[in-house]
Design a binder for this molecule. Structure first.
Ligand SMILES: *Cc1c(COP(=O)(O)O)cnc(C)c1O
Length: 361
């Protein structure tokens, strides 16, 4: 199925000078482009009325299901400007497939992957001038889907909307990559067995905000969550997957447990490590293996990965009663070289040997 998009250009786009001043220092998730994509779905008609229109507020009835039962999913991906001015996205079909998996878990309708990719192309095409160039800047794309039927009964909605908004993003690490400190949450978990941990849904984030506050209060930037049953096995950060590099050069990462979100950056890092002949093992990892390994020198680097920050070295792991690692030590060598390789592919500075890039403009 392929939708056709009606294009209604904004009557009040920002001036070139306003745009340039935003692009000079975009930050993250604070400024939005002039347009958005909107597609409606009903049980009778399926997906219909695909539009590209001016960015602006949504009108929701107070009884809209999403406001009560959090029937919502989202995606996150980036558009990268290459040196020749062309604009590309990274593995967008993988995001489209993941949105379908999230939709199934949240009892939302699936959007065809080609319609998903086309929705990305449409917004980037009309707002191409908003894709920054230089450094590690990009246009962050946020597709999301909400249940907007006006009904307080508890069942999956018969009326749904899908949107894409776009936000210029500067380099995640201003002034160079710096290792971060991570807070180990023993009290809270992110997702439970049979829950929604493998789906990208707002509800997972809602439950991570309290431990996230605790992390910040303890001088850490993010939370490391363990499995909810034994409180022992590494899962992931609130929005990033984790990898550990051992002294013998091998790499380990938690295997997908059903409650871990399968990051596309994670998948790509695994592939790049395999390409280098590095031993990369997906398995259960006891958090004690991390703590003891850093202390003994058996674990020499740890990093987190996700679309927003790409790859982020972890300098320190802290809990209420312990702390391992040294925040002042420079980021690990393998961490930084995998990071550089991934960014070189995304920005078109090195051959895209896996066919991961899709040209948008
Ligand atoms: C989005 C997300 C990630 C990272 O996924 P990428 O596709 O690499 O951006 C990891 N964990 C959670 C919980 C996420 O929501």
């Amino acid at each position: 199925m392929s939708l056709s998009f009606q294009i209604i250009p904004s009557a009040t786009p920002r001036s070139a000078s306003e745009r340039e001043s935003i692009l000079a220092n975009p930050g993250f998730g604070q400024h939005f482009t002039d347009h958005m994509v909107a597609i409606d779905w009903t049980a009778e008609k399926g997906w219909h009325d695909a539009q590209v229109r001016a960015y602006g507020p949504l009108t929701l009835d107070p009884a809209s299901a999403v406001l009560h039962y959090a029937q919502e999913i989202f995606e996150g991906l980036k558009a990268f400007r290459h040196a020749d001015g062309s604009i590309w996205s990274f593995r967008p079909e993988a995001n489209g497939e993941r949105l379908q998996r999230s939709a199934r878990r949240l009892a939302l309708p699936e959007l065809a992957v080609d319609d998903f990719v086309e929705s990305i192309r449409q917004i980037v095409k009309i707002d191409a001038a908003w894709v920054p160039s230089g450094g590690e800047s990009s246009l962050y794309l946020r597709p999301f889907m909400i249940a907007n039927e006006n009904f307080l009964g508890v069942r999956s909605a018969q009326k749904v909307a899908y949107y894409v908004i776009a936000s210029p993003a500067g380099a995640y690490f201003k002034g160079g990559v710096k290792p971060v400190a991570i807070w180990l949450s023993r009290e809270y978990s992110r997702a439970g067995r049979g829950g929604t941990g493998a789906a990208k849904c707002g509800g997972n984030y809602a439950s991570s905000l309290l431990p996230q506050k605790e992390a910040v209060a303890n001088g850490c930037s993010q939370v490391l969550f363990l499995d909810s049953q034994e409180g022992r096995w590494l899962e992931e950060l609130g929005g990033m997957n984790v990898f550990l590099v051992k002294r013998d050069g091998s790499v380990i990462t938690p295997e997908l447990s059903g409650s871990i979100l399968e990051g596309i950056t994670r998948l790509s890092v695994i592939q790049l490590l395999k390409d280098r002949g590095v031993s990369i093992v997906e398995r259960r990892i006891d958090v004690q293996e991390w703590i003891d390994g850093v202390a003994s020198g058996d674990i020499v680097e740890t990093f987190a990965c996700g679309t927003a920050a790409s790859i982020s070295p972890i300098g320190q792991l802290k809990g209420p009663d312990f702390s391992v690692g040294n925040l002042e030590a420079p980021a690990g060598e393998l961490t930084m070289s995998i990071r550089a390789e991934l960014l070189d592919i995304q920005y078109g500075r090195t051959p895209d040997r896996h066919g991961w890039l899709t040209r948008l403009v």
